[in-house]
Design a protein around this ligand. Structure first.
Ligand SMILES: NC(=O)c1ccc[n+]([C@@H]2O[C@H](COP(=O)([O-])OP(=O)(O)OC[C@H]3O[C@@H](n4cnc5c(N)ncnc54)[C@H](O)[C@@H]3O)[C@@H](O)[C@H]2O)c1
Length: 299
Protein backbone atom coordinates (compact mmCIF):
# COMPACT_ATOMS: atom_id res chain seq x y z
CA UNK A 1 0.00 0.00 0.00
CA UNK A 2 1.29 3.47 -0.88
CA UNK A 3 -0.34 5.05 2.12
CA UNK A 4 0.70 3.15 5.22
CA UNK A 5 0.73 3.79 8.93
CA UNK A 6 3.67 1.57 9.84
CA UNK A 7 5.04 2.67 13.22
CA UNK A 8 2.21 5.16 13.70
CA UNK A 9 -0.18 5.24 16.65
CA UNK A 10 -3.76 6.37 16.14
CA UNK A 11 -6.57 7.20 18.53
CA UNK A 12 -10.10 6.90 17.17
CA UNK A 13 -12.80 8.08 19.56
CA UNK A 14 -16.25 6.54 19.34
CA UNK A 15 -14.74 3.68 17.32
CA UNK A 16 -16.95 0.93 18.74
CA UNK A 17 -19.40 1.20 15.84
CA UNK A 18 -20.54 3.27 12.86
CA UNK A 19 -17.97 5.45 11.10
CA UNK A 20 -15.31 5.23 13.82
CA UNK A 21 -15.13 1.46 13.51
CA UNK A 22 -14.40 1.72 9.77
CA UNK A 23 -11.59 4.25 10.43
CA UNK A 24 -10.04 2.02 13.12
CA UNK A 25 -10.18 -1.05 10.86
CA UNK A 26 -8.68 0.74 7.85
CA UNK A 27 -5.83 2.41 9.76
CA UNK A 28 -5.02 -0.87 11.53
CA UNK A 29 -5.04 -2.75 8.19
CA UNK A 30 -2.57 -0.11 6.95
CA UNK A 31 -0.21 -0.78 9.86
CA UNK A 32 -1.28 1.63 12.60
CA UNK A 33 -1.46 0.62 16.23
CA UNK A 34 -4.92 1.83 17.23
CA UNK A 35 -6.60 2.90 20.44
CA UNK A 36 -10.27 2.02 19.97
CA UNK A 37 -12.12 4.36 22.32
CA UNK A 38 -15.83 3.93 22.96
CA UNK A 39 -18.09 4.42 25.90
CA UNK A 40 -20.64 2.13 24.28
CA UNK A 41 -23.74 4.19 25.11
CA UNK A 42 -26.97 4.85 23.22
CA UNK A 43 -27.33 7.38 20.38
CA UNK A 44 -28.57 9.96 22.92
CA UNK A 45 -25.52 9.35 25.11
CA UNK A 46 -27.03 7.26 27.85
CA UNK A 47 -25.57 4.12 29.41
CA UNK A 48 -22.29 2.44 28.57
CA UNK A 49 -20.97 -0.93 27.47
CA UNK A 50 -17.33 -1.99 27.20
CA UNK A 51 -18.15 -4.61 24.59
CA UNK A 52 -18.45 -2.03 21.76
CA UNK A 53 -14.75 -1.09 21.84
CA UNK A 54 -13.65 -4.61 22.71
CA UNK A 55 -15.41 -6.11 19.66
CA UNK A 56 -13.58 -3.78 17.28
CA UNK A 57 -10.26 -4.54 18.98
CA UNK A 58 -11.01 -8.26 18.54
CA UNK A 59 -11.80 -7.69 14.84
CA UNK A 60 -8.49 -5.88 14.36
CA UNK A 61 -6.38 -8.42 16.22
CA UNK A 62 -8.12 -11.30 14.39
CA UNK A 63 -6.86 -9.71 11.16
CA UNK A 64 -3.32 -9.52 12.53
CA UNK A 65 -3.49 -5.82 13.47
CA UNK A 66 -2.58 -4.05 16.69
CA UNK A 67 -5.22 -2.41 18.88
CA UNK A 68 -6.16 -1.75 22.48
CA UNK A 69 -9.54 -0.70 23.85
CA UNK A 70 -10.34 2.36 25.93
CA UNK A 71 -13.75 2.75 27.53
CA UNK A 72 -13.52 6.30 28.87
CA UNK A 73 -16.02 8.99 28.07
CA UNK A 74 -14.30 11.74 26.11
CA UNK A 75 -16.62 14.23 27.80
CA UNK A 76 -14.44 14.87 30.86
CA UNK A 77 -10.85 16.16 31.12
CA UNK A 78 -9.86 12.97 32.99
CA UNK A 79 -11.45 10.80 30.29
CA UNK A 80 -9.60 12.66 27.53
CA UNK A 81 -6.27 12.40 29.40
CA UNK A 82 -6.84 8.70 29.90
CA UNK A 83 -7.52 8.06 26.20
CA UNK A 84 -4.14 9.58 25.37
CA UNK A 85 -2.44 7.80 28.28
CA UNK A 86 -3.79 4.49 26.93
CA UNK A 87 -2.01 5.17 23.63
CA UNK A 88 1.27 6.24 25.24
CA UNK A 89 1.29 3.36 27.75
CA UNK A 90 0.48 0.73 25.11
CA UNK A 91 2.40 2.04 22.10
CA UNK A 92 4.72 4.83 23.31
CA UNK A 93 3.41 7.72 21.19
CA UNK A 94 0.43 9.36 19.49
CA UNK A 95 0.54 10.34 15.82
CA UNK A 96 -3.11 10.55 14.83
CA UNK A 97 -6.27 11.62 16.63
CA UNK A 98 -9.61 11.12 14.91
CA UNK A 99 -12.18 12.91 17.07
CA UNK A 100 -15.32 11.04 16.07
CA UNK A 101 -17.33 10.26 19.23
CA UNK A 102 -20.79 11.75 19.09
CA UNK A 103 -24.37 11.71 20.30
CA UNK A 104 -27.67 13.32 19.32
CA UNK A 105 -30.25 15.18 21.42
CA UNK A 106 -32.37 16.66 18.64
CA UNK A 107 -35.15 19.09 19.61
CA UNK A 108 -36.53 22.24 18.04
CA UNK A 109 -34.93 25.33 19.58
CA UNK A 110 -37.77 26.30 21.89
CA UNK A 111 -38.03 22.77 23.26
CA UNK A 112 -34.29 22.43 23.88
CA UNK A 113 -33.42 21.84 27.51
CA UNK A 114 -30.06 22.88 28.90
CA UNK A 115 -29.27 19.27 29.73
CA UNK A 116 -29.54 18.53 25.95
CA UNK A 117 -27.19 21.41 25.22
CA UNK A 118 -24.67 20.36 27.85
CA UNK A 119 -24.68 16.70 26.83
CA UNK A 120 -24.04 17.51 23.16
CA UNK A 121 -21.39 20.19 23.78
CA UNK A 122 -19.67 17.95 26.34
CA UNK A 123 -19.21 15.00 23.97
CA UNK A 124 -18.60 16.67 20.61
CA UNK A 125 -16.91 19.96 21.38
CA UNK A 126 -15.41 19.72 24.85
CA UNK A 127 -14.62 16.03 24.30
CA UNK A 128 -12.51 16.96 21.28
CA UNK A 129 -10.65 19.53 23.44
CA UNK A 130 -10.12 17.02 26.25
CA UNK A 131 -8.59 14.37 23.96
CA UNK A 132 -6.73 16.72 21.63
CA UNK A 133 -4.85 18.88 24.14
CA UNK A 134 -2.91 16.00 25.79
CA UNK A 135 -2.37 14.48 22.33
CA UNK A 136 -1.11 17.81 20.94
CA UNK A 137 1.44 17.91 23.79
CA UNK A 138 2.85 14.52 22.75
CA UNK A 139 2.74 15.35 19.02
CA UNK A 140 4.54 18.65 19.52
CA UNK A 141 7.41 16.87 21.25
CA UNK A 142 7.60 14.41 18.34
CA UNK A 143 7.30 17.10 15.67
CA UNK A 144 4.51 15.18 13.93
CA UNK A 145 0.75 14.88 14.21
CA UNK A 146 -2.53 14.54 12.36
CA UNK A 147 -5.91 15.63 13.71
CA UNK A 148 -9.27 14.93 12.14
CA UNK A 149 -12.32 16.58 13.71
CA UNK A 150 -15.83 15.46 12.82
CA UNK A 151 -18.27 18.19 11.87
CA UNK A 152 -21.50 17.72 9.92
CA UNK A 153 -23.65 19.26 7.21
CA UNK A 154 -25.80 20.35 10.18
CA UNK A 155 -23.37 23.32 10.25
CA UNK A 156 -25.30 24.55 7.18
CA UNK A 157 -28.37 24.66 9.45
CA UNK A 158 -30.74 21.80 10.22
CA UNK A 159 -34.11 21.90 11.91
CA UNK A 160 -33.97 20.51 15.44
CA UNK A 161 -30.19 20.60 15.73
CA UNK A 162 -29.22 23.92 17.33
CA UNK A 163 -27.11 22.16 19.98
CA UNK A 164 -25.51 19.75 17.51
CA UNK A 165 -24.81 22.28 14.75
CA UNK A 166 -23.30 24.75 17.22
CA UNK A 167 -21.04 22.03 18.62
CA UNK A 168 -20.03 20.96 15.10
CA UNK A 169 -19.27 24.54 13.99
CA UNK A 170 -17.22 24.92 17.18
CA UNK A 171 -15.10 22.00 16.00
CA UNK A 172 -14.35 23.83 12.74
CA UNK A 173 -12.92 26.75 14.74
CA UNK A 174 -10.99 24.37 16.97
CA UNK A 175 -9.47 22.55 13.99
CA UNK A 176 -8.57 25.77 12.18
CA UNK A 177 -6.73 27.14 15.21
CA UNK A 178 -4.96 23.84 15.92
CA UNK A 179 -3.86 23.95 12.26
CA UNK A 180 -2.39 27.43 12.87
CA UNK A 181 -0.75 26.53 16.20
CA UNK A 182 0.48 23.13 14.98
CA UNK A 183 1.95 24.24 11.66
CA UNK A 184 5.54 24.67 12.89
CA UNK A 185 5.46 21.35 14.73
CA UNK A 186 4.43 19.26 11.71
CA UNK A 187 0.89 18.94 13.04
CA UNK A 188 -1.90 19.07 10.45
CA UNK A 189 -5.56 19.45 11.35
CA UNK A 190 -8.63 18.96 9.16
CA UNK A 191 -12.38 18.48 9.44
CA UNK A 192 -14.50 15.72 7.97
CA UNK A 193 -18.20 16.23 7.28
CA UNK A 194 -19.53 12.73 6.69
CA UNK A 195 -22.91 11.57 5.48
CA UNK A 196 -23.30 7.85 6.10
CA UNK A 197 -25.71 5.15 7.09
CA UNK A 198 -25.12 4.41 10.77
CA UNK A 199 -27.39 3.85 13.74
CA UNK A 200 -27.36 7.64 14.17
CA UNK A 201 -28.85 8.37 10.74
CA UNK A 202 -30.61 5.35 9.25
CA UNK A 203 -34.06 6.46 10.43
CA UNK A 204 -33.53 10.06 9.33
CA UNK A 205 -32.17 9.13 5.90
CA UNK A 206 -34.70 6.39 5.05
CA UNK A 207 -34.05 4.61 1.70
CA UNK A 208 -31.45 7.24 0.76
CA UNK A 209 -29.20 5.69 3.42
CA UNK A 210 -28.57 2.75 1.06
CA UNK A 211 -26.37 5.03 -1.08
CA UNK A 212 -24.30 6.03 1.91
CA UNK A 213 -22.15 3.19 3.18
CA UNK A 214 -19.77 4.44 5.91
CA UNK A 215 -16.88 2.82 4.01
CA UNK A 216 -17.19 5.65 1.45
CA UNK A 217 -16.12 8.13 4.16
CA UNK A 218 -13.15 6.06 5.37
CA UNK A 219 -10.65 6.84 2.55
CA UNK A 220 -10.91 10.59 3.06
CA UNK A 221 -10.32 10.21 6.79
CA UNK A 222 -7.45 7.76 6.22
CA UNK A 223 -5.83 10.22 3.80
CA UNK A 224 -6.19 13.16 6.20
CA UNK A 225 -4.69 10.99 8.97
CA UNK A 226 -1.70 9.90 6.91
CA UNK A 227 1.85 11.09 6.41
CA UNK A 228 0.92 11.57 2.73
CA UNK A 229 -1.59 14.27 3.65
CA UNK A 230 -0.57 17.65 2.27
CA UNK A 231 -3.54 19.67 3.44
CA UNK A 232 -4.29 21.39 6.73
CA UNK A 233 -6.97 23.86 7.91
CA UNK A 234 -9.44 22.21 5.55
CA UNK A 235 -12.94 20.77 5.81
CA UNK A 236 -14.17 18.00 3.52
CA UNK A 237 -17.59 16.56 2.89
CA UNK A 238 -17.51 12.82 2.19
CA UNK A 239 -20.72 11.03 1.23
CA UNK A 240 -21.55 8.02 -0.91
CA UNK A 241 -18.35 8.29 -2.95
CA UNK A 242 -18.39 12.09 -3.47
CA UNK A 243 -15.61 14.08 -1.80
CA UNK A 244 -15.68 17.88 -1.71
CA UNK A 245 -14.00 20.81 -0.01
CA UNK A 246 -16.23 22.87 2.27
CA UNK A 247 -14.99 26.32 3.09
CA UNK A 248 -15.53 29.41 5.19
CA UNK A 249 -14.67 32.24 2.84
CA UNK A 250 -14.45 36.01 2.80
CA UNK A 251 -15.95 38.00 -0.07
CA UNK A 252 -14.38 41.08 -1.66
CA UNK A 253 -17.19 43.12 -0.14
CA UNK A 254 -17.95 46.80 -0.46
CA UNK A 255 -15.43 49.33 0.84
CA UNK A 256 -17.01 52.62 1.87
CA UNK A 257 -13.60 54.32 2.18
CA UNK A 258 -11.80 55.40 5.34
CA UNK A 259 -13.09 58.95 5.15
CA UNK A 260 -16.74 57.94 4.81
CA UNK A 261 -19.31 57.69 7.59
CA UNK A 262 -21.43 54.87 6.15
CA UNK A 263 -25.04 54.58 7.31
CA UNK A 264 -27.52 51.69 7.44
CA UNK A 265 -28.99 53.14 4.22
CA UNK A 266 -25.57 52.83 2.55
CA UNK A 267 -25.45 49.17 3.59
CA UNK A 268 -28.91 48.63 2.06
CA UNK A 269 -27.79 50.39 -1.13
CA UNK A 270 -24.64 48.26 -1.44
CA UNK A 271 -26.04 44.94 -0.30
CA UNK A 272 -25.51 43.37 -3.73
CA UNK A 273 -21.78 44.13 -3.52
CA UNK A 274 -21.59 43.00 0.12
CA UNK A 275 -23.31 39.73 -0.84
CA UNK A 276 -21.26 39.18 -4.01
CA UNK A 277 -19.30 35.93 -3.86
CA UNK A 278 -16.98 36.63 -6.83
CA UNK A 279 -13.30 36.85 -5.97
CA UNK A 280 -13.61 35.53 -2.42
CA UNK A 281 -10.58 34.41 -0.46
CA UNK A 282 -10.38 31.47 1.93
CA UNK A 283 -8.39 32.89 4.87
CA UNK A 284 -5.88 30.50 6.39
CA UNK A 285 -5.89 32.48 9.62
CA UNK A 286 -7.00 35.78 11.16
CA UNK A 287 -3.85 37.36 9.70
CA UNK A 288 -5.10 36.73 6.16
CA UNK A 289 -8.12 38.96 6.73
CA UNK A 290 -6.00 41.63 8.43
CA UNK A 291 -3.58 41.59 5.46
CA UNK A 292 -6.50 41.90 3.01
CA UNK A 293 -7.78 44.90 4.98
CA UNK A 294 -4.31 46.46 5.10
CA UNK A 295 -4.12 46.21 1.28
CA UNK A 296 -7.47 47.98 1.00
CA UNK A 297 -6.50 50.77 3.40
CA UNK A 298 -3.25 51.40 1.47
CA UNK A 299 -5.18 52.17 -1.74
N1 LIG B 1 -23.57 9.25 10.08
C1 LIG B 1 -23.66 10.46 9.55
O1 LIG B 1 -24.27 10.68 8.48
C2 LIG B 1 -23.00 11.62 10.20
C3 LIG B 1 -23.19 12.89 9.66
C4 LIG B 1 -22.53 13.97 10.22
C5 LIG B 1 -21.72 13.78 11.32
N2 LIG B 1 -21.58 12.53 11.87
C6 LIG B 1 -20.71 12.40 13.02
O2 LIG B 1 -19.87 11.29 12.85
C7 LIG B 1 -19.48 10.78 14.12
C8 LIG B 1 -19.75 9.28 14.18
O3 LIG B 1 -21.15 9.06 14.13
P1 LIG B 1 -21.83 7.72 13.58
O4 LIG B 1 -22.77 8.15 12.52
O5 LIG B 1 -20.80 6.70 13.27
O6 LIG B 1 -22.75 7.29 14.83
P2 LIG B 1 -22.55 6.14 15.92
O7 LIG B 1 -23.59 6.41 16.96
O8 LIG B 1 -22.53 4.81 15.28
O9 LIG B 1 -21.09 6.42 16.49
C9 LIG B 1 -20.79 7.30 17.53
C10 LIG B 1 -19.96 6.55 18.54
O10 LIG B 1 -19.51 7.45 19.56
C11 LIG B 1 -19.59 6.78 20.80
N3 LIG B 1 -19.67 7.75 21.89
C12 LIG B 1 -20.72 8.55 22.19
N4 LIG B 1 -20.43 9.30 23.27
C13 LIG B 1 -19.17 8.98 23.65
C14 LIG B 1 -18.31 9.44 24.68
N5 LIG B 1 -18.72 10.37 25.55
N6 LIG B 1 -17.07 8.92 24.78
C15 LIG B 1 -16.67 7.95 23.90
N7 LIG B 1 -17.44 7.47 22.91
C16 LIG B 1 -18.68 7.99 22.78
C17 LIG B 1 -20.85 5.92 20.69
O11 LIG B 1 -20.87 4.88 21.65
C18 LIG B 1 -20.77 5.45 19.24
O12 LIG B 1 -20.11 4.21 19.11
C19 LIG B 1 -20.27 11.59 15.15
O13 LIG B 1 -19.48 12.64 15.64
C20 LIG B 1 -21.41 12.16 14.34
O14 LIG B 1 -21.95 13.33 14.91
C21 LIG B 1 -22.20 11.46 11.33
Amino acid sequence: MDIDFDGRVAIVTGAGGGLGRTYALDLAARGAAVVVNDLGGSVDGKGGDDSAAQKVVDEITAQGGQAVPNYDSVSTPEGGENVVKTAVDAFGRVDVVINNAGILRDKSFLKLEWSDLDAVLDVHLKGAFYVSQPAFRVMKENGYGRFVFTASNATFGNFGQTNYSAAKMGLVGLSNTIAVEGARAGILSNVIMPVAKTRMTEELLGDFADYLAPEFVTPMVAYLSSEACTTTHGAYSAAGGRYARVFWALGQGWFAGQDAQPTAEDIAAHLDQIENQDGYIVPGSTTDEILALAELFKK
